[in-house]
Write a protein of this length. Sequence first.
Length: 299
Amino acid sequence: MPKTSIKPETKKNSDTLITSMFDPIFKSIVQNPKFRKLLSLIISQITVYSPRYIYENLVFANTELPVENHKERKKITDIIVKVEGTIINIEANKSAKASMIAKNNVYHHKIAYDRYLSGDKMGKSETLQLNFNVVNRFDDRLFIEFTMKDDTGKFIEEENFKRIHINMANPLDKYYNNIELSKIEKVLVMFQLTSRKQLREISKGDEDLENMAKIIEDLNEDEHIIGLYDKEKMDEWMKKIDHDEAIKEGLEQGLEQGSNSKAIEIAKKMLKENMKISDISRLTGLDEKTIQKLENTED
């Protein structure tokens, strides 16, 4: 008797969608020709170019990893787009963790450095990084631009090197509070929705948004994409990262107050949870001998 394949929870009769901020889905949406108008609209907010000009001249300059067999799809690394001489690195940030911020910043500097080494003197062109941030790192502005300035804010040292952050949390909050959204805000909300019903409702009546909704739903039927997303494992992994991060933050606060007692207190709790001494040492900064002494004194 032939085996029947059971699709994940994202099958068509389910309302649940994988979040479009999941990296492979985000990159697939951004690079889809049917999303080009919306991408051009967003980029027009951070450059001197009009949406129409961007639509007609935008080029993807991504690096493709080698395909290992004929059934395998192309693997795309980070998203880089060009409009005339302007280069834009697009990042999807699901958190505001220090490691993610550092990785993005290093990559942005590398792109600018590589351009300089190649003999590109920049001229009026720019090297931009466009960050789609799920977590609000700054204030309620939708787009926040950073440049290299002096301490008075009067002089700009490198006007062609800019970092732009999109606050995706604000439009999502407006959506759930039934506040009217602009077209760009609706796009940002759609990247975060995990309900087919909500996705269809917010996009209804706008051809560009309906195209985006169709892309998202199609990707949720793509077994290649779904196979990359094991929700239980992903949630467990993210929970562990957040747990470790929370412990580190608590430790840092304690140490800032000039005391090592917070680290010892946390270490004792970890010992009660039967965590490995090596892991406790890594998270608290205490040496393993100190932790072993604590273990021996535990009742």
